[in-house]
Design a protein. Structure first.
Length: 89
């Protein structure tokens, strides 16, 4: 099975690609407009419990979705805990 641009942007996958691009734009707008939201999500006990509950509830319906959601949360968590001193040698 080879991947090509015509296969990715076919009629079958058009809704998926448009939805993914819309989700990325929405996340960018939220992170730009309300940066304190991500600080409270990843720094407080209530925010962490909301994220864990979101993963568990999505796992009840679709395990692949829960795995993908947990990977995205872990990546965002790592970005939220990055400091400038880590990049200075």
């Amino acid at each position: 099975m080879s991947l090509s641009l015509q296969g990715i942007f076919s009629r079958k996958n058009l809704n998926l690609v448009v939805g993914l691009i819309t989700l990325l734009i929405f996340l960018w707008i939220v992170m730009f407009a309300v940066p304190g939201l991500f600080v409270t999500l990843f720094e407080t006990l209530l925010g962490n419990s909301i994220l864990i509950l979101l993963v568990f509830l999505s796992a009840m319906y679709n395990t692949n979705l829960a795995i993908g959601l947990s990977i995205i949360i872990i990546i965002l968590w790592r970005f939220s805990h990055m400091r400038l001193e880590q990049f200075i040698i």
